[in-house]
Design a protein around this ligand. Structure first.
Ligand code: FPP
Length: 236
């Protein structure tokens, strides 16, 4: 007999576009960075909740290749927030059985943050319950371009397959996202998991990221569980 948990459709890979920190702060007459801090606290809760749901891969879009165009003060503040998180919270994440991974270009990242990132990856590399993937300095187009260049260098002048290209992505072993949630009302992908989202399901909510809690997560997962995925095939 299958138990209820096995019957429930759970995404193997859940991806979230963390949007609305700025609007959350504006509504409260706070500086934007306070919104990002509130967003970080919410993310800390979310790692535990996602693990409890039995999700195996959890990725978040924390900083895109386009986010460098924001005012210097905001960019610096975000980089400091990432470094603070890695300095202070990695042990908690590891205690949950989560492996921290980063996805994106490593150029332009401040040296001290880069060091923290390498340490966090190394320190949690044997954890197997959840892969927590922080997409920082990530862009879907940049990933495809980087993969193409790396592939050309390794296999000059030969026809290539999708699988060949995939092997050159930032995290080739991570399965494509099954469900992509975007908070705060915008209905677009904004260069997140561009190739990998070919058959992802989407869930959009008006709630700003710092207000996205357990109930919202459960709603999104229930919605996903009710969908039929066909990958281009026929309706069953
Ligand atoms: C988008 O909201 C959010 C970001 C660009 C930053 C997200 C970062 C965090 C939640 C902190 C995460 C921390 C770690 C360690 C990963 P926005 O600023 O574009 O909001 P707006 O559209 O309302 O202005």
């Amino acid at each position: 007999m299958t138990d209820e948990k096995n019957e429930k459709k759970i995404p193997r890979h859940l991806a979230i576009i963390l949007d609305g920190n700025g609007r959350w702060a504006k509504k409260r007459n706070l500086p934007r960075l306070m919104g990002h801090r509130a967003g970080l606290r919410k993310l800390e809760d979310m790692v535990r909740l996602v693990k409890r749901e039995g999700i195996r891969y959890f990725s978040v879009y924390a900083f895109s290749t386009e986010n460098w165009n924001r005012p210097l003060m905001e960019v610096t503040g975000l980089m400091r927030l990432f470094a603070y998180y890695l300095r202070r919270k990695v042990e908690e994440v590891k205690a949950e059985g989560a492996r921290i991974r980063f996805c994106g270009r490593r150029d332009r990242i401040p040296e001290d943050l880069l060091k923290q990132m390498k340490w966090a990856e190394e320190h949690t590399k044997d954890e197997k319950i959840l892969d927590f993937i922080l997409c920082i300095n990530y862009g879907g187009r940049a990933e495809i371009i980087d993969a193409v260049n790396s592939l050309i260098a390794s296999k000059p002048n030969q026809p290539v397959t999708e699988d060949d290209l995939r092997k050159h992505f930032y995290l080739p072993d991570v399965p494509d996202p099954d469900l992509i949630i975007r908070t705060s009302g915008e209905l677009r992908l904004s260069n997140f998991w561009l190739w990998e989202s070919a058959y992802s399901e989407y869930y959009f909510t008006d709630i700003h990221w710092p207000d996205f809690g357990e109930n919202e997560l459960k709603k999104a997962l229930a919605d996903y569980a009710g969908r039929e995925r066909r990958y281009g095939g026929l309706k069953s």
